[in-house]
Design a protein around this ligand. Sequence first.
Ligand code: CO
Length: 132
Amino acid sequence: MFEKIDHIGIAVNDLELALQFYRNQLGLELKGIEEVDEQKVKVAFVPVGESKLELLEPTDSTGPVGKFIAKKGTGFHHISFRVSDLEDKLKQLREQGVELIDQEPRYGAGGAKIAFLHPRSTGGVLIELCEH
Ligand code: CO
């Protein structure tokens, strides 16, 4: 079941600079920074009501976010839907012919189980499913 939009991922070159905007200009709050080595990324969580922003700064240009910025520039990166049954959902989508980037759930920031769907199957949007 789809429960809510968990977060929106935004690729940035410099977390400190991005946070100056989101905190000082927009008046949002920072809820923590975490490094995800596997994804070569530093992540800042900024809650917005029931959802949040996930600001993603690459720690290495060879990681997925580093490559994304090199190709498309900074800005909107992915939308994440929270589901209650990630493994079942992935199985169901695979059976429907949706191309998955992650065949099995893996661990992302905040200890969530996550999996990405390929933008080729979604009309160009990188979609993440997550389960907490
Ligand atoms: Co995410």
